[in-house]
Design a protein around this ligand. Structure first.
Ligand code: SAM
Length: 280
């Protein structure tokens, strides 16, 4: 038995450290260690990896990641009340856990991590999408991480893996599917959390591809996709008219009908259009 297994139960940790859940911090805790171990296993082989965890809270997923043999875990937590609870986990794992108190949106974790790096988190819902978009739009590809294993509201998870033509298909699907393999790997009902949220949740695993699926300039692709889905009910020739005066010609050159709507264009089509726009 490892020292991690001798730690008190998570409900005991919450009681001892007074961690009553705060809505403003998106706190819906996972207290079932079987569940957190399962999520940690979905992150892949961690034994040679540093793992970045955002929002460890009382440390359930953190324990799972350490028990799965993560070389190191760097955990960033905004709630100061959780830090003493996490120090108990750190003391039980031979220095493999480092905790930084602060806002994950403001902290650059790279100075504290060594490649290969994986990211795993039961994300606070209020910052989850913003963090995902940042991880999907780094200055260079391949990114600093090999994979992301992330819990989201089911609706957000559906948007990440959505296919063209569906309601959920949009910017998130294109950003994710252009340069990663993205899959929903687990679904969780509200009762899995304490307190239970109003919505269902799902874990998405995104594996970074060595290079993008189709050639395109990332900035141009992001710009046209944002403009196209900003007015998703309009025909693309209207929503993209600010991108180039001859946008209809460029769409036709990319094999897209100017009367198509954003949600009808697959990732390959968007990339073809980005290349046409890049011609200047
Ligand atoms: N990982 C824990 C679990 O699975 O039980 C807690 C997950 S809870 C959904 C989200 C956690 O993120 C909370 O501990 C919350 O305090 C923390 N958090 C919220 N906003 C944050 C931010 N901007 N930066 C870092 N942590 C944040």
């Amino acid at each position: 038995m490892s020292a991690i297994d001798t730690l008190p139960s998570l409900s005991q940790v919450i009681k001892t450290h007074g961690l009553d859940a705060r809505k403003s911090l998106g706190q819906n805790f996972l207290l079932d260690l079987n569940l957190t171990s399962k999520i940690a296993r979905l992150a892949g082989d961690l034994t040679q990896c540093d793992v970045l965890e955002i929002g460890p809270g009382p440390g359930g997923l953190t324990r799972g990641l350490l028990a799965e043999g993560a070389r190191r875990v760097l955990a960033i937590e905004k709630d100061a009340r959780c830090i003493p609870a996490l120090a108990e986990v750190a003391a039980a794992c031979d220095g493999r856990l480092t905790v930084i108190e602060g806002d994950a949106l403001d902290i650059d974790p790279l100075a504290h991590l060594r490649a290969p790096i994986r990211i795993a988190a039961n994300l606070p819902y209020n910052v989850g999408t913003e963090l995902l978009v940042r991880w999907l739009t780094p200055p260079q590809w391949p990114p600093f991480w090999q994979s992301l294993t992330l819990m989201f509201q089911r609706e957000v998870a559906n948007r990440i893996v959505a296919a063209p033509g569906s309601k959920a298909y949009g910017r998130l699907a294109i950003l994710a599917q252009w340069r990663t393999d993205a899959q929903i790997v687990m679904s969780l009902p509200p009762e899995a959390f304490t307190p239970p949220p109003k919505v269902h949740s799902a874990v998405v695993h995104l594996k970074a591809l060595p290079q993008p699926r189709f050639e395109a300039d990332a900035k141009i692709l992001e710009r046209i996709v944002a403009a196209g889905f900003n007015q998703r009910r309009k025909m693309l020739r209207a929503s993209l008219k600010g991108i180039a005066p001859d946008i209809s010609d460029r769409m036709e050159a990319a094999g897209i009908k100017p009367t198509d709507r954003a949600e009808q264009i697959d990732v390959e089509g968007w990339c073809a259009l980005a290349r046409e726009v890049a011609r200047g």
